[in-house]
Design a protein around this ligand. Structure first.
Ligand SMILES: Cc1cc2nc3c(=O)[nH]c(=O)nc-3n(C[C@H](O)[C@H](O)[C@H](O)COP(=O)(O)OP(=O)(O)OC[C@H]3O[C@@H](n4cnc5c(N)ncnc54)[C@H](O)[C@@H]3O)c2cc1C
Length: 562
């Protein structure tokens, strides 16, 4: 990629995109529609219209003149892109209401249309032509910034550290551009450590906004430093709080916000849920060549923001105050956020293998997702995938592309009862995937990182020791419902009961107060719904999670009208 902005405004774009998609030129009719929601402004040569790290509250359309989009590091400005006449500023941060990653400076005296973020949001909700143009440009620009590592976030860590992997995943899944310096591979490390008076023991370290130095920060601390949750009022009563931003929660957010409800989403980690850990979802309607969970979640996240849904990231729902009206969701720091209705979309979590020293190797050889981040760590090596479901099948097929050999270990006789036919066929047709049935892992061994794995064939009793340093654990999931503290009726394993699955006894026990029975997807608490993987009887698919999230919103309207 060239580092010199071209005359079309953008840098050489990502493969498959064109500069005109990333930096489209608005027609005079389109500019007039924007002006109706904004105002004209003249800026002098060298005037800064957007400062690095300031909250992005405005967007500018260049009527005449030129704006330079600049990356700033060590007080030096470098061109990222140029906005010529007809082009507009901004990227995903405008919709997310977050701090800017770049500085924008007038290259010459320029005539601009200035539009406030809220006015732009209102405009794109009603003007579908401009909505498409802005949304496409903003998503492409963010991808470009990520590809170029633009921004002032630097992570220094090690490929063998669980916390480094956690932070990388958190930043990646929140679409935050960052630069990564690997302790073991990069000569720059010592220089960076010296500059910020750090020792190797402090790693992983996140240098945030060029100055703040966070030593092994929690996801919540990173969120605080990057200002992800700033400006979200936690006091006023929402029409709807959605707990969880997996496919079910994001679908509920898109439908609720687009239908005018005041909606807040709480997400304990990053948008995308389990689907975000999927390298390629091939059975979701409308994507014949498949789509990565990360990309699907990114689109849904931008869509929810476009309609004005608010989202608190790295914020756990700790409980539900279910005896009061309106309800209130308790969050980490003891605060309550009140809401008239609640959609529980907190999904499920991976089952962990019962092995003595498992936690020692989690992130240091044991992984629960198979995305390109993990694939990079085991390039050209032998790996193990444990599990016989679709997620295990996908992981095996994906990893087989870049690793030497993939052993798939299942305790059952084979895959037929648990995996989709198309994945079984792929596994059979991939020469470097080896299926071992009736087999389970019995010993993990290594120092700082997994080095050796022993497995046993439960029919023959024979054990095998392999020098394998990467094991992908894909053995199903348990529901994330403990935080509800018994507020809603659940089945014996913790999945939430809804609608017709609630028995007369369940409702009597829960003191169901209404004459009407619970709606479809409604729990034993009126106005509290459960959707997606957390719900008993759900099919554990992206499509069913999305479907349920959207259906629940129609019942939310009915409850609000009662
Ligand atoms: C590797 C993998 C591959 C898959 N591939 C496919 C596929 O190809 N096709 C398919 O149809 N399905 C696939 N699935 C299944 C699919 O991803 C799930 O069915 C789907 O993600 C369920 O969506 P959900 O929103 O209900 O829950 P989840 O995706 O589990 O999302 C729940 C969200 O809630 C958050 N959360 C949990 N507790 C709290 C709390 N207390 N407070 C706030 N937030 C909380 C979590 O962080 C998470 O983001 C796959 C799953 C995995 C793991």
């Amino acid at each position: 990629m060239s580092d010199v902005p071209d005359a079309d405004g953008g840098l050489s774009p990502l493969p498959g995109t064109t500069p005109s998609e990333m930096f489209p030129v608005l027609t005079s009719a389109q500019q007039a529609r924007i002006l109706a929601h904004g105002q004209r402004r003249t800026v002098k040569k060298d005037e800064i219209v957007v400062e690095l790290n300031a909250h992005v509250t405005k967007v500018f359309v260049v009527v005449s003149g030129q704006l330079h989009i600049l990356q700033v590091s060590n007080n030096q400005e470098h061109d990222v892109a140029i906005c010529n006449a007809g082009m507009f500023t901004g990227e995903l941060n405008v919709l997310l209401g977050r701090r800017g990653l770049v500085r924008i400076r007038a290259a010459e005296k320029s005539e601009l249309i200035e539009i406030e973020r809220e006015a732009l949001q209102a405009l794109v909700e009603t003007d579908s032509e401009l909505s498409d143009i802005f949304l496409r440009a903003y998503i492409l620009r963010r991808l470009e910034l990520i590809a170029r590592e633009v921004g002032d976030i630097v992570l220094i860590g090690s490929g063998h550290s669980l916390d480094t992997l956690r932070i990388k995943e958190f930043l990646t899944r929140n679409y935050q551009p960052y630069s990564y310096i690997d302790l073991e591979r990069d000569a720059q490390v010592q220089e960076m450590l010296d500059r910020f008076s750090l020792s190797i023991d402090d790693l992983p370290v996140l240098i945030c906004r060029g100055t703040a130095v966070l030593r092994n920060p929690s996801n919540e601390e990173i969120t605080g430093c990057l200002g992800f949750n700033e400006g979200i009022d936690q006091a006023h009563v929402r029409d709807l709080i959605i707990v969880g931003a997996g496919p079910a929660g994001l679908a509920a957010a898109v439908y609720a916000a687009s239908e005018g409800l005041n909606v807040l989403v709480l997400e304990s980690n990053a948008p995308g849920g389990q689907a975000g850990a999927s390298s390629k979802i091939e059975n979701y309607l409308g994507f014949p060549t498949g789509i990565s969970g990360h990309e699907l979640a990114g689109r849904a996240y931008a869509q929810a923001q476009k309609f004005g849904a608010e989202m608190l990231i790295a914020k756990d729902a700790k409980g539900l105050a279910c005896a009061r009206r309106p309800y209130a969701v308790l969050i980490g720091d003891g605060q309550h956020i009140p809401a008239r209705t609640v959609v529980i979309a907190s999904g499920a979590q991976y089952r962990r293998l019962r092995l003595e020293n498992l936690s020692k190797f989690e992130g240091a050889g044991i992984y629960y997702g198979a995305t390109h981040l993990e694939a990079q760590l085991c390039d050209g090596e032998e790996v193990i995938v444990v599990g016989g479901g679709n997620s295990a099948g996908q992981a095996a097929v994906f990893l087989a592309q870049t690793t030497r050999r993939v052993y798939v270990l299942v305790r059952s006789d084979g895959l037929a009862a648990t995996m989709s036919r198309y994945l079984i066929r792929r596994i059979e047709e991939t020469p470097n995937i080896e299926l071992r049935s009736n087999t389970e892992v019995v010993v993990l061994d290594g120092n700082d990182h997994l080095e050796r794995v022993t497995w046993r064939n439960n029919q023959s009793g024979q054990t095998e020791l392999h020098n394998i340093a990467h094991l992908f654990s894909m053995t199903g999931a348990v529901p994330n419902s403990a935080w509800l503290g018994g507020c809603v009726a659940c089945d014996e394993v913790g999945f939430i009961k809804t609608g017709l699955d609630l028995t007369t006894e369940d409702l009597a026990k829960a003191k169901w107060p209404l004459k009407r029975p619970p709606y479809l997807l409604e729990t034993s608490l009126p106005g509290v719904f459960a959707v997606g993987d957390i719900r008993g009887g759900n099919l554990k698919r992206v499509a069913s999670a999305v479907g349920e999230g959207s259906i629940a919103v129609s019942f939310v309207h009915q409850v609000l009208a009662e």
